[in-house]
Design a binder for this molecule. Structure first.
Ligand SMILES: [Zn+2]
Length: 316
């Protein structure tokens, strides 16, 4: 036996244990620029790529912790809903799919694709309904509809602002017509918040599509979107095939929708909290906190000493 054959198993053992000790998910590859980012660094940067600024998906817990004062908030118990009312089955039972999704990522029992939390944002009371895309693509079934209704009721009860953070592929097809019924239900719930004179803000994240964008997500007093978020109803390819026209490459992006009036502003994730505080301050505190000093009358409008030259008529 040569020395090489003798040490080879030892080297192999050494290499294999060292690779086993390093979990595969310590480094995350940015889907936009392909750079590798250390998971702690990525979490500290709110899941925004440190190289190119691409906004990756952020879970509801991290999202809520970022938005609320001091990262503290209370979540409400998910409303009780009938499970699998249509006894739907494709390649798997729908009830099994639900159980599987609930078991993942430490979700609370009965938790569906929405988390309702309340607390303060900039010392103003706020209820946040945050979608969980990891739960069946954030799809809206009865549980999500019930969640929106519960969030709206809670906002009215607490005289708080309602902020919805959609991240959804649309209606949940396993619940058929019952998922579509959540569209008018959620719209009525939002109306109750508006009737109570409370602000309703939609914070669109990637993606905000289908039945979600066709109902409560497009009814905000203010629409804020994250950079690069896809916001639309049907997919781009489906629209192109229907209208037989080529659509611009940036179609359905948050930036495109600002230009076309569907979104009020695109705000980077790190600035979302401050933007919300500013917007809520305008909407919830109509009186400025300091005393208003009247502008001196003599300085306000100096009397014209010379006759003002008349403006030329605009050329047509
Ligand atoms: Zn990147």
């Amino acid at each position: 036996m040569s020395w090489l054959e003798r040490i080879r198993p030892k080297i192999r053992a050494l290499v294999s244990t060292s690779t086993r000790e390093v979990p595969e998910n310590l480094w995350v590859k940015c889907p936009a620029c392909g750079q590798m980012i250390f998971h702690r660094e990525l979490a500290a940067n709110l899941y925004v790529c440190t190289h190119c600024g691409h906004h990756m998906r952020i879970g509801p817990k991290d999202r809520l912790a970022h938005l609320f004062d001091g990262g503290t908030f209370n979540t409400i118990e998910p409303p009780k809903v009938p499970v699998d009312p249509l006894r739907f089955r494709d390649s798997k039972r729908y009830s099994d799919r639900l159980k599987e999704a609930q078991g993942k990522e430490g979700r609370a029992p009965g938790q569906d694709a929405i988390v309702i939390a309340h607390g303060t944002i900039g010392e103003m009371p706020a209820v946040v309904a945050c979608f969980d895309f990891g739960f069946m693509g954030g799809s809206m079934g009865i549980a999500v509809g019930e969640g929106i209704v519960a969030a709206a009721k809670l906002a009215v009860l607490q005289q708080a602002a309602l902020i919805v953070v959609p991240s959804s592929g649309g209606a949940r097809m396993q619940e058929g017509i019952l998922s579509l019924m959540q569209m008018p239900r959620s719209v009525i719930a939002i109306d109750q918040v508006k009737e109570a004179g409370l602000p309703y803000i939609v914070l669109m994240t990637n993606p905000t599509t289908g039945g979600v964008s066709a109902s409560f997500a497009m009814l905000g007093d203010i629409h804020i979107a994250e950079p690069g978020a896809m916001v639309g109803f049907a997919g781009k390819r489906v629209i192109e095939e229907t209208i037989r026209e080529k659509l611009p490459p940036e179609f359905q992006s948050a930036e495109f929708l600002v230009e076309h009036g569907m979104v009020d502003m695109v705000v980077a994730r790190k600035d979302l909290r401050d933007t919300l505080i500013r917007v809520l301050g305008h909407l919830m505190r109509p009186n400025p906190p300091a005393e208003v000093i009247p502008f001196p009358a003599e300085q306000a409008a100096p009397p014209p000493t010379e006759p003002q030259p008349s403006l030329p008529a605009p050329a047509r």
